[in-house]
Write a protein that binds this ligand. Sequence first.
Ligand code: FAD
Length: 458
Amino acid sequence: MDPKHIAELRSLIGDPARVIVNPQMVEQLSRDFYWYSPVLRKQLDGKVGEVVVQPLSAGDVQKTLRYCFLNNIPVTARGAGTGNYGQAVPLEGGVVLDLARMDRIEEITKDGVAVCQPGVRLGDLENEGRKAGWELRCYPSTIIKASVGGFLGGGSGGIGTVTHGGLRDFQTVRAIEVVTMEPEPRIVLHEGEAVHEILHAWGTNGIITRIWLALTPAVDWSQCVVAFDSFNAAFDFSEQIAVDERWIKRLVTVFEWPIPSFFTPILHYAPEGHTLIFFMIASSQLSELEAAARKAGGKVTHSAAYPGLHARPLLSDYTWNHTTLWAIRTDEAYTYLQCGFSHENAREQLRRLREKFGMEILFHMEFMKNGDGIVFPGAIPVVYYTTEERLNEMIDFCREIGVWVANPHVNNVEGGGRYRPDNVQLLAKQKYDPKGLLNPGKMVTFHSQSSPAGASTK
Ligand code: FAD
């Protein structure tokens, strides 16, 4: 980047230490966990920004965006960089806008809404919320590192989703304030349905500077591991607990063997050849759950009160997309898919996948509630990667048999499976980023200053 721009940005921000040009740091702050995907690895290795700017306020963001708009400099927002699809990897250099220092929790209201800046870590919000009798409705397994802004920009759900739905459901995100990429960047408040213009848009249509996130009353949780000698018995039992509203739960995860053998620190909970279920269950129901599990043929291999995120083991560290990480540590050829099975005929869908792909796909199920209140078996299956063609064959077959797939091997908003068919994310980009400078290349249906086919520019 032209040194003139660096000097100007430093003078605008007023603190040279918050405009970073050290190549190692810039590289580090340009990466995320895209390397989970052998397909994305080929596309994104070596993509870096040119300078990192660390704002402390919406005012700093406005100043940076005003300068970048004037000088046609791309800007890619970054929370904690734990995203999986290269969401935060700058494709065209420019500024990496690192929001980690905007990390203030402003308020937790009496009715349980957290008001905070985007760089607040989800784990800090969970801990602060619990002090006031509240907790997150849902969170990714990266809770300790991931930021609230990054979760809104690129995440979807996780622990808690079995009860409260995903991040985009049930008005969990009440409002979002964003700064626009215009000649005079504005601060725009999105409330109610309008939050969907910004959610899961990968920072392509505005920089989130303030969030209103609904929490839920805190529960006294316990963690429990149950082993079954067959996948089918484990799946039946887990589904029974997941769909029955009477059970107060935060996590219902099933891992078929050999996935539990990848969890090296907790192998003592994983009898050879068994399928494991991980639960987070209300402590008041723990002994009842254990009795029900034994009655169903399961063996309880671990059960303890959950003291919070410092729990050892922290079972969520093995669930959701952490499972893939443990698999990759065991063999670098593993990767993953993100699926939604039918709540009515998941067993048949699983059977057909096993019949066609054998142990190339290992079943890792995560029960979730959708926006209509239906609990269904979501899944982040672990896949043994051989070629891109074979991976695509698996995705096509899943879709053919009615298994929904959010493809984690593509690097654009539209291809990943959370893009809204009503195009609201794209329409917002046309309004708020007319030059296409925010995270360029990630919203492929956007064409600068022109209206893409089928979309209105109102
Ligand atoms: P980043 O990766 O920094 O950013 C994500 C996206 O949001 C990027 O496009 C970025 O440009 C944009 N962004 C960041 N901040 C802003 C802002 N202020 N304004 C506008 N755009 C912004 N995800 C889940 O949903 N559920 C899971 O259970 C889950 N498990 C995971 C497990 C592992 C081991 C890993 C590596 C990832 C997992 N993820 C999961 C993905 C990721 O951790 C989450 O989506 C997380 O919430 C991202 O937060 P972050 O702060 O790291 O965001």
